[in-house]
Design a protein around this ligand. Structure first.
Ligand code: HEC
Length: 122
């Protein structure tokens, strides 16, 4: 398993690649996506504040993993990253689903959640 510092950097790279387009570089949702849509994006730096002072790790993991039942491209909905990461590991490395792919998905989600935990305001 990577160390906490490595996880954080894996998470920040992931944020740069896949999240900032909607959630913005400042993580406050002032993105092109928000400007062009009528969706009020949540401020990802106030998750702890909005959950009674405790970072909502499980909630974050659940929201980010999403549900495969959810439409991917419906405007205004958060994409289901669990499904995306699962495809990413499958297409990149294997010809059939293996046990480690679940670990890959969990590790990526854990890394990005760790990153979010590190950017919370007091
Ligand atoms: C296509 C735009 C889009 C992308 C890309 C996106 N999100 Fe979201 N996200 C949303 C929207 C819209 C919401 C608001 C609630 C909903 O629709 O689920 C949201 C909600 C969230 C929430 C819940 C926030 C709260 O206050 O409850 C978290 C956490 C989150 N996103 C993290 C991420 C992470 C991490 C990534 C990158 C892996 C990401 N998002 C990429 C659109 C996006």
């Amino acid at each position: 398993m990577p160390s906490a510092a490595q996880e954080k950097s894996l998470g920040s790279v992931e944020y740069e690649w896949n999240c900032k387009w909607c959630h913005a570089a400042d993580r406050k949702g002032t993105s092109l996506f928000e400007q062009r849509s009528d969706i009020a994006m949540p401020d990802l730096t106030t998750l702890t504040q909005r959950h009674d002072g405790t970072f909502p790790e499980d909630y974050g993991k659940t929201v980010i993993a999403g549900s495969s039942a959810r439409a991917w491209h419906t405007p205004g909905q958060m994409p289901a990253w669990g499904l995306y990461y699962s495809l990413e590991s499958y297409l990149g490395n294997a010809t059939r689903l293996e046990e480690w792919q679940t670990e890959y998905v969990e590790a990526k989600i854990a890394a990005v959640v760790k990153y979010l935990e590190g950017i919370q305001v007091e």
